[in-house]
Every structure is written in C-alpha cells, then in structure tokens.
Design a binder for this molecule. Sequence first.
Ligand SMILES: Cc1cc2nc3c(=O)[nH]c(=O)nc-3n(C[C@H](O)[C@H](O)[C@H](O)COP(=O)(O)OP(=O)(O)OC[C@H]3O[C@@H](n4cnc5c(N)ncnc54)[C@H](O)[C@@H]3O)c2cc1C
Length: 401
Amino acid sequence: MTWRKITTVLKCPQQLVRNFSLHKLPEEHLMLQKTCRNFVEAELKPLAAQLDKEHKFPAEQIKKMGELGLLSINVSEKWGGSEQDTLAMAVAVEEIARGCGGTGTITSVHNCLYVNLIDRCGTDEQKEKFLRPFTKGTLGCFALSEPDAGSDVGSMATTAVKDGNTYVLNGTKSWVTSGTEGKAAVVFATVDKKLKHRGITGFLIPMPTPGLSLGKKEDKLGIRASSTCNLILEDVRVPIENVLGNPGDGFKMAMMQLDKARVGIAAQALGIAQSALEVAMEYSGQRKAFGQPICNLQAVKLRLGEMALRLEAARLLVWRAAVLCDEPQRSTKESSMAKVAASEAATFVSHSAIQILGGMGYVTDMPAERHYRDARITEIYAGVNDVQRQLIADAILKDIQ
Ligand SMILES: Cc1cc2nc3c(=O)[nH]c(=O)nc-3n(C[C@H](O)[C@H](O)[C@H](O)COP(=O)(O)OP(=O)(O)OC[C@H]3O[C@@H](n4cnc5c(N)ncnc54)[C@H](O)[C@@H]3O)c2cc1C
C-alpha cells in the first residue's frame, strides 16, 4: 500500500500558503497529490464504470478515504480533522474526480458544505455531535435548494416555527447530495418568510429523525456514484441548541460557504477534464488513420492543444481561488471565476475527447462518454454559471461605482 494518511503528508498549511507560487504546487501538496493518485489508480478508477452503470454508492472507498483523512481536509485536528488548507482540498478533490466524477461530488460536498461549515460556525456541543463522528467516513448533507428555490434561495418556502425549546420544520428540500447515505444534514428554513434572506436559518438535523423522509433517488445523467434526493420535512422537531449560528444568519452563512464549495466543484471539474484529456491523448497515439497515428493529424493536434490550454488555464484560477479562500476577506469573484472556467473547460474537454475517439467515444467501452455526462453538472450546481457571471460582474463593477 503506497498511500498515506493526509496529516503525515502535509505538515504546516499556513507556511505552505505563503510559499505558494502559481506555476507549481508546494512540495507537500505534490506529495498529497501522489498519495491520492495512488489511491485512485488502485481503488477507484477500476470501479468507476461499474459505479456509474449501477448507480452504486462507493461505500468501501468512502470508508478508506475517511481513514486517510480525505473527508475532513479543512477541519481542525481538535475535532478529528486533517486541518489542511483549501488548496489541499482542491488538489485531493481533483484527484478523486479524475478517478470517478461521482465520488468527486461526494468528497467535495461533504468537505466543503458539511464538515467545514460546522467547524466554522458550530458550537463545541454541536461539533461533538455533528462534526467529530463525520470526519472518518460517515457523510453529512447540505440542504439549501428547494423545488421552487434554486438560484433564488431567498424565496425558500420551508418554515421553522418556534414552539418552546424547539423549532418545528415543514417543507421540502431538493437535490440533496448524499441524502440517501447521509447521517445528518444542515437544513435551511425560514423563521419568517416576510424577512426574505434575513429569515433564513440553518438547523442541524440527525438522520433518520421523526418526520423526516427521503424522496426518490434521482435518476441522473452523470455523477451516478453519488445519490441525490429530496428531504421531506413534516413537523420535524429540532431543539434550539441545534440552530447553526444565530436565527436569521443562514443565508449569509450559506453564501460564504458556497465560496469554498465553488472551489471544490471547480476542482472536481478539473479532475474530470484531466481524465478526459488523458484518454484522448492515449487513444490518439494508438489509433491509426491514413497510415499514421491520428495525433499526428493537424486537426487532432489543434484539438488536443486547445483542450490542454483550457484545462491548465482553469487550474491556475482554481489554485488562486483556493489560496484566497483561506484569507480573512471574502473571495467570491475568484471562486466564481474558478467555477465557471473549470466547469466550462470540463464540458469542452470531455466533448472534444469524444470527437477524438470517434465512434469509440460514443460507447461505454471507453470512459469518454461518462466524462462527458459527469462534466455537465459542474456548470449547474453550487450556483449556475449564469449567476456566477453576474457575481463576477457585480464585483468588478463595484470597483468603478
Ligand atoms: C446532481 C445535483 C446535486 C445537487 N446537490 C445539491 C446539494 O447537495 N444541496 C443543495 O442545496 N442543492 C443541490 N443542488 C441544487 C443546485 O445547486 C441547483 O440545481 C442550482 O443552484 C440551480 O437551481 P435550479 O436547479 O433551481 O435552477 P434555476 O434557479 O431554476 O435556474 C435555471 C436556469 O435559469 C437561469 N437563471 C436563473 N437565475 C438566473 C439569474 N439570476 N441570472 C441569470 N440566469 C438565471 C439560468 O440559465 C439557470 O441555469 C444539486 C443539484 C443537482 C442537479
């Protein structure tokens, strides 16, 4: 076994950030990358096609990733985490997604939207119950979206009504990643709909819990190793000590967390794109047409060059956004840029890979069609790219107004 626990690989995250330069990862991050890559080659890549075909959750691999510290990358050691920087998270998620896009989703969502959120905003009592047990392979969920409130989160309809020492929650949360396997969720509901964004509050809910049921598992285009379902809340009683942050802080808390989550999704997109590029390079070196490998044909060469260019440009934006994520000030613009660039690079690269493989790109004998299906979601979740472009524009326009 050549892979090692993340904390034995990365020693001093703060110093690493200071030493970061854009053209090359710090030595310790390169070691982490190697550790993850070895794990992926041995444990995940050979299974990815089957997980996709059978819509199967990678239970054993998630358990091993927990043992390696890959499911609590940005959680303090005090609570059982690996206590590494966001760049380490991005490096690890890219490698995992390179092996399996769906496992990349599970890794990214759990790290960025569950454990790190609680580490950042929870009380010690909440961390003991909802964080420590979730650092080693037990998954948590993030339930913000609703059937009628996706991009427009402020219009959420799930209500939380105070009744003595509890809140009573009613409503439906949609598209919850790992909803089927998760053992707890951060659920957002409004304590007063008239307050719009300022009424939104985060609640920590163990799963299962009375009144909480799961909708059907969604039948998705891609990332099929990861489950997605609705959470239906019918008079779910949540004690007031399970309010995350203060009542009314939920919207701000979720938006801040999404700055990090967009780096996680961008890293997932890089991994899918990298894998697609590797498949295209290998195939084009072996496949012959007109008496030579097709990678010698100018049209194929130009396509490969463009794929590598877009991927590497996106990776630089992702690394920059990851480093800025650990600074005290918010870096929404940089996270949004990374997410748009990496997701669109993934769509482009996986689309181009199919073209290079010709007919073989269109069948499940080769992974190219899976990469294409897996890539598509990265333009949609953690905030659709149209909204990200608006956030970028808002940020640059603020400078001249
Ligand atoms: C597989 C999967 C997993 C997911 N996991 C989670 C999860 O774990 N937790 C969670 O809370 N959510 C999750 N989501 C939800 C996801 O974040 C939303 O789907 C996403 O934010 C978009 O919301 P929507 O689907 O309601 O689209 P809508 O908001 O209806 O948007 C549809 C389209 O309208 C346009 N549009 C909307 N608003 C604007 C605007 N302001 N400017 C320009 N164009 C706009 C865009 O073209 C957009 O693509 C997941 C979704 C999927 C599919």
